[in-house]
Design a protein around this ligand. Structure first.
Ligand code: NAP
Length: 535
């Protein structure tokens, strides 16, 4: 393919048209920068564009999982349910694009193959699948934390004659399971949301479980207009409460330690949280993620709930997670455990004997041969670094980011990496990102980057990059914070443990408020820890 270099270099190229890329474009345009978004998909929405599996909906309440930067937007938009569905989220995205006149700044169906810092021009050269080379002063990766699918390959997989789907790359036209036998591999959030919906159509459904996950009912429901009006009248209060909590999400954090409470109060707190539903269960006790005893009390409570819902004792036992509660991200479901009471749904334990083979007609797993028409891979993502690794990113001296990060990502604040001047990663590894209400983390990063670019312009500075010694200290701090919790005690995707061969490094930073304050201080001190140069 012939390459074509765009004439005038952009101030910034933004890779990805999800929530991060869209807000980044809006902010940069408002500040008078010449910016453009390139997006691999044929539409906007990022995660919500690709994850179209049945039952897909956000697991943070929509009144909080929505942009806060524009009060007009927040006031005029009406979510229909407590947890918005994937289609409704895309409608919101379309509204944002129209309202802020972003459409002409987004180039769809454009996958970035490589992004290379040109040592002689001091610009980034962005090479795309359609043969363009786009030059830009700044390259901003808004590629998402969970956008690169984890697709394990099993022996014989290509011989399978039926249909196969990955939850993270669901076909736009949907899938009809009516009358079919279906195997779902995996029991993470995507699987837990889709299984009740697939079961409504399938003739027979087998769920292949390697590790059981904790799931809390969503208690999803239409939003009560009075509740919405009440929030909208004081929206800033809700946002401020959320931003003051570790997950940048108001989970009504209980400041009390479980160990200080009498058993009946512990029970009452958990009952209240279970009845409310969703991720606020994380806020039950201040020591939930640091004290193993507290954690086991909550885990016991969860197992008791599973036993009370699932009628078959053996299935209930298999569905009961053994590990630390909340070490892997807790799932939020609608009728997940109840689905196993249906006669055509069967849980298959593959913890001892995994998937040995996929044949032309089915799957050999858990010591059984299961014939099936459809296999759904709900096997998750190469989280946080996967979407960056899949682009050939090269910094000063042609050094590949992937090589620099071979033993785990090295960043300062999850925003930049030494040797890669003017390359920003929105919600990159080393920032709170996936341990928050993502939209809040996105807005905080976009605001930081915009302020930074304004500062550079005002001071005649062309390049910014962190000092290597500073990013090493930050990396140690990220690990130290995680080490002070129970989050190292399982094989989560936070640690990269779900992808064979990936280094075991805790990638997100736990604690939004301290992080945001650190970023404010860094900026206030003239981007302390970064090298700024006019050259
Ligand atoms: P996930 O949590 O990583 O779950 C993947 C599942 O596939 C796990 O059960 C895993 O088993 C299994 N698996 C992976 N490789 C396997 C193999 N080779 N053989 C057998 N089983 C295998 O992925 P996910 O469900 O897509 O969720 C990822 C994250 O996306 C969530 O934690 C959440 O942050 C986000 N998400 C959010 C929503 C929402 O907002 N509503 C919905 C979906 C996803 P092991 O546990 O044994 O590895």
């Amino acid at each position: 393919m012939t390459t074509q270099t765009t004439t005038a270099p952009l101030d910034a190229i933004i890779v990805g048209a999800g929530f991060a890329g869209l807000y980044m474009l809006h902010r940069l345009r408002k500040s008078g920068f010449n910016a453009r978004v390139v997006e691999a998909g044929s539409g906007a929405g990022g995660t919500w564009f690709w994850n179209r599996y049945p039952g897909a909906r956000v697991d943070i309440e929509s009144m909080q999982y929505s942009y806060k930067f524009s009060d007009e937007l927040a006031q005029e938009w009406n979510w229909s349910e407590r947890y918005a569905t994937q289609p409704e989220l895309l409608t919101y995205v379309a509204h944002v694009i129209e309202r802020f006149k972003l459409a002409d700044g987004i180039q769809y169906n454009t996958r970035v193959n490589s992004a290379k810092f040109n040592d002689s021009t001091g610009l980034w050269d962005i090479d795309t699948n359609d043969g363009q080379v786009i030059q830009a002063r700044h390259c901003i990766m808004a590629t998402g934390c969970l956008s690169s699918t984890n697709e394990p390959s099993f022996p014989g997989q290509s011989s399978f004659k039926g249909e196969t789907y990955h939850t993270g790359r669901w076909p736009r036209e949907g899938v009809d399971f009516t009358g079919k036998t279906v195997v779902v591999i995996g029991t993470g959030s995507s699987s837990i949301q889709s299984i009740p919906e697939i079961a409504k159509q399938a003739k027979q459904l087998y769920v292949l479980q390697r590790t059981a996950n904790y799931s809390v009912p969503a208690h999803n429901q239409p939003l009560d207009p009075a509740y919405v009006a009440d929030i909208k009248a004081n929206y800033g209060d809700l946002r401020a409460r959320g931003l003051a909590q570790p997950l940048a999400y108001d989970i009504n954090l209980n400041p009390k330690l479980c160990s200080e409470l009498p058993p009946e109060e512990v029970r009452a707190e958990l009952d209240r949280r279970w009845a409310w539903g969703g991720l606020p269960i994380y806020g039950a006790f201040a020591d939930l993620l640091v004290d193993a005893k507290t954690n086991s009390i909550v885990a016991d409570y969860m197992r008791e709930k599973i036993r009370s819902i699932v009628k078959d004792a053996k299935t209930a036992e298999l569905l009961s997670p053994k590990g630390t509660f909340g070490c892997k991200r807790v799932c939020v479901d609608t009728g997940y455990y109840q689905t196993y009471n249906l006669p055509h749904v069967e849980l298959v334990d593959i913890s001892q004997i995994g998937i040995e083979e996929i044949t032309a007609t089915g799957v050999s797993a858990g010591g059984r041969v299961i014939d099936t028409d459809v296999i759904v891979f709900a096997t998750g993502f190469d989280a946080m670094t996967g979407s960056l690794d899949r682009i050939n990113i090269r910094g000063r001296g042609d050094v590949a980011l992937k090589d620099k990060w071979a033993a785990g990502p090295i960043t300062y604040l999850g925003l930049m990496s030494a040797g890669f001047p003017n390359l920003f990663t929105i919600t990159g590894p080393g920032s709170p990102s996936v341990l928050t209400n993502m939209i809040m983390a996105i807005e905080q990063h976009v605001d930081f980057i915009t302020d930074c670019l304004e500062y550079l312009r005002a001071n005649g500075i062309n390049h910014i990059e962190p000092r290597h010694e500073v990013e090493l200290v930050w990396g140690d701090h990220v690990q130290e914070v995680a080490n002070g919790t129970l989050l190292y005690s399982c094989n989560s995707w936070y640690l990269g443990a779900n992808v064979p061969g990936k280094p075991r490094v805790f990638m997100p930073y736990l604690g939004y408020p301290a992080y945001a304050e650190k970023c404010r201080d860094v900026a206030a001190n003239g981007y302390e820890g970064f090298d700024l140069s006019a050259a």
